[in-house]
Ligand binder design. Sequence first.
Ligand code: F0G
Length: 352
Amino acid sequence: MNWRGVIEHYREFLPVSERTPVITLNEGNTPLIKADRLRDLIDKRIELYLKYEGANPTGSFKDRGMTLAISKAAEEGAQAVICASTGNTAASAAAYAARAGMRAWVLIPEGKVALGKLSQALIHGAGVLEVKGNFDDALAIVKEISQCYPIVLVNSLNPFRIEGQKSGAFEVCDQLGKRAPESHFIPVGNAGTIKAYWQGYREYKEAGRIDSLPRMMGWQAEGAAPIVRGHVIENPETIASAIRIGNPASWDAAVAAARESRGQIDMVSDEEIMEAYRHLAEIEGIFCEPASAAPVAGIIKYSRTKGFDKGDTVVCILTGHGLKDPDRVLHISREPLSLPAEMGAVRKVMGL
Ligand code: F0G
């Protein structure tokens, strides 16, 4: 099949017309990978699938929403877009804006954005502004700028971002074979993502494409878990920098998604996140960024506490590629051995 991106593939579910210029990098159509080895460690009675969103053009699921947000901005004649970001939205906005010939401005928390994401925003020519504050501070600024000037906000407060992002749920159902999983595990930061996937599942059910809905299982990091704790976190901290957010914009929608689907929003520690991150890489050959490992840690925690039903299909969205945050690996891995360029030395180390 000649895949032409999220807008063309799911056009009938999206607010586009023949007048909408389609700005795409052929995003979407990412692999849904069966993870039997990880499953065997967790609960042999379930089926576990990982949706590898790191395979999107800019390396994260953000491209699904960005293709629509930038296409609609182009339709409206916008010259510039702006966002606050922990990194992935900035990378995606920068790439799609470049393709549309628009100016992108991105506000990021100083010193807290992973190297891969920062390099992407820079190479695509975005105006990258580091603010001496966190994501929540940056979001407040860009919201105000977009209200006062003709610069389109492309954070998930932009409804077109959510509309595009919901395609991730459509794809899960299409790839499972016209059915929804029993549980859908996903990280929660600014909370637009859980809202978008829940909307996607509901729309697919209304359209008769699936018969049932999954429980939405959202995961925050312990040091940045405002929804779980029930109050704003002034100084969120976690190793999973993508979800280092203390006051999510879609807070109420996330709570509603969990409630309506009879799911939950819970949290995992940085240690649990790092353990899941390593496991995925070591036993499944899948390299994701730390925030993406939070719901994997969530699956492990859930199976130990509440437990799945026999035969449950569990899907976990791996939101971003591991190469986004290469420094993280160097912090937790042993350095490569340095040897003379001699067969003997190599053989000795290999035990041959
Ligand atoms: N996973 C990754 C890799 C992310 O980059 C984000 C959010 C999330 C999960 C959570 O999604 O915010 O909709 O709940 N990243 C945003 C950004 C905040 O700026 O790139 P959410």
